[in-house]
Ligand binder design. Structure first.
Ligand code: AAO
Length: 484
């Protein structure tokens, strides 16, 4: 369950938060496929409660009312069409699976597909679930439970969301019907929402009953779905991420927290010389890595000084380090603009999500940030693909916030997060030649649209990077996008 089954040569996925299925299909064909992205995490595709009393917040999608595939992102046909079109251009789809719970209790009780629920009786007729399918006696998780009481974290309600009993074979079967249907449609795996709130032995039973990936969509025979479990473990709680790594991969929240600190100069970049398990991070193969996610970018979940698109210079630095460094399986965040942390995606007065528009410079409009379309970010996806399995070598630092390293003999990157200029001759591990920096620009015909870097026959190059440049890093690699 730890292999994302990316198409060959691809390494990185992006969370297209709240995107519609038709827009994602188009984005696969016009952008993600051609530019080497490996996959997409999509918002939950199953029917959720419509919460007009809070003006359709983003979090209504974490309130399941049935497993029918109908949401503001689209219906079942649109979903399966998206999966097929994305797989056809080498981009995999990973589903955010909410299997811990159903909705909380609200005044409104109609879902995005018209299904209803009777909250007083724990009755969800469109599955169907009834009282016996939930954990009893009824209780709600409190903040202190995380420190003392694993059984309460697993058996009580998260934020009042009705807590399914995954120990029940009937419940397991409903969940499996839902997940296996998605596998048959060609998805490559799942994010397991709120995994901390489910017993590992129950999850194991569910995972082991999942079907193999669909060979008609290009997966090898016998391939198991990629599973990454959402477990927030910053240390010190009664439940550890180590209870979940024997099952499948885990979201590594310490990764984005530490890099956010470092790139805000609360920690010197030179300490990243031994980035990885020596920092207390999971084993590389167990870690789904990211800087921000849809929760902590707005203060939900494990919040606290996480870099986001709002601090773009530092954010791009942290993302570039994530993509340049061999550790982990990286996931990019692609956001809609927000100030109100509860606000849902751009929508019209009927509550329909409005699509992103694409500007001439490749950026998005209509309220969508599309970090994945920022040149500094998507060019680094190509850098990571090019670096492949190449080892990190030739680490250099100035004893402060200037660092540089090679990836095998494929790629080289240097960062200057100091308040003074960088002026240094460094080993790039690349063949002699002129290379275009892929951060300030790219190659266009026989010239660079941004900076160029000349590598000598000894592999060394003079790297001059001012502290006041638009971005804090320069990156070059073999291959058409960078080498002249
Ligand atoms: C909404 C309303 C609620 C209402 C509820 C029920 O906001 O007022 O009661 O509906 O009707 C999302 C939103 C929720 C929303 C929910 C349903 O975030 O606000 O509730 O949809 O619409 C815990 C879980 C983790 C979860 C996270 C948000 O462990 O699984 O809370 N994330 C996922 C999704 C998320 C979604 C759900 C789960 C539910 O990604 O989008 O909720 O499907 C500690 C624990 C964490 C715990 C946090 C939050 O973290 O370790 O496990 O996360 O507390 O309580 C420092 C610490 C860190 C600590 C953190 C916060 O950072 O180091 O460990 O502080 O204390």
């Amino acid at each position: 369950y730890k292999n994302p089954h990316y198409a060959s040569g691809r390494t990185t996925m992006v969370h297209l938060f709240e995107w519609k299925w038709d827009d994602i299909a188009a984005e696969c064909e016009r952008f993600l496929g051609p530019r080497g992205f490996g996959g997409i995490q999509v918002s939950p595709p199953n029917e959720n409660l419509v919460i007009w009393s809070r003006n359709r917040p983003w979090w209504e999608r974490y309130q399941p009312i049935s497993y029918r595939l109908v949401t503001r992102s689209g219906n079942e046909n649109q979903f399966s069409n998206m999966v097929r079109r994305c797989n056809n251009v080498g981009v995999r789809i990973y589903v955010d699976a909410i299997i811990n719970h159903m909705t909380g209790t609200w005044n409104e009780n109609v879902g995005t597909g018209g299904s209803t629920a009777n909250f007083e009786n724990w009755h969800y007729p469109a599955v169907p679930y009834g009282r016996n399918d939930f954990n009893w006696p009824h209780c709600v998780i409190t903040g202190s439970d995380y420190n003392c009481c694993p059984d309460r974290v697993r058996n009580c309600e998260l934020s009042g969301l009705k807590d399914l009993n995954q120990g029940s074979d009937y419940v397991r079967q409903q969940i499996l019907n839902y997940m296996n249907r998605l596998i048959d449609m060609g998805v490559a795996g799942f994010r397991i929402d709120a995994a901390k709130h489910m017993w590992p032995h129950d999850l194991r039973v569910i995972y082991d009953r999942l079907r193999n990936l669909n060979t008609a969509h290009g997966f090898p025979s016998g391939a198991r779905p990629y599973i990454y479990q959402e477990v927030i473990d910053l240390g010190g709680e009664a439940i550890s991420r180590n209870e979940y790594t024997p099952l499948a991969a885990v979201t590594e929240f310490r990764f984005g927290l530490e890099l956010s600190q470092a790139f805000q100069r609360r920690n010197q970049l030179r300490w990243l010389v031994n980035w990885g398990p020596q920092w207390g991070l999971l084993a590389s193969g167990d870690a789904l890595t990211f800087i921000d996610n849809h929760d902590n970018q707005r203060g939900h979940g494990a919040g606290g000084n996480i870099l986001t698109y709002k601090q773009s210079r530092q954010y791009k630095g942290a993302i570039a380090f994530m993509l340049a460094h061999p550790y982990g399986y990286p996931q990019l965040m692609s956001s809609f603009a927000f100030t109100d942390t509860e606000a849902g995606p751009p929508m019209n007065s009927r509550g329909d999500i409005t699509s992103p528009t694409i500007n001439a410079d490749n950026s998005c409009g209509n309220g969508w940030i599309c970090e994945h379309r920022w040149r500094q970010i998507h060019n680094m996806v190509v850098f990571r693909n090019t670096a492949g399995n190449g080892a990190l070598t030739n680490w250099w630092d100035n004893g402060s916030n200037q660092i540089a390293f090679c990836r095998g003999n494929q790629a080289f990157i240097a960062f200057n997060n100091d308040a003074w200029d960088m002026d240094q001759t460094l080993q790039t591990c690349l063949p002699a030649g002129t290379y275009c920096d892929i951060i300030s620009g790219a190659r266009s015909g026989n010239r660079c649209t941004g900076k160029s870097i000349v590598v000598g026959s000894d592999g060394r190059a003079l790297i001059i990077h001012r502290s006041n440049e638009y971005d804090m890093m320069v990156a070059i690699h073999r291959g058409a996008d960078s080498r002249l």
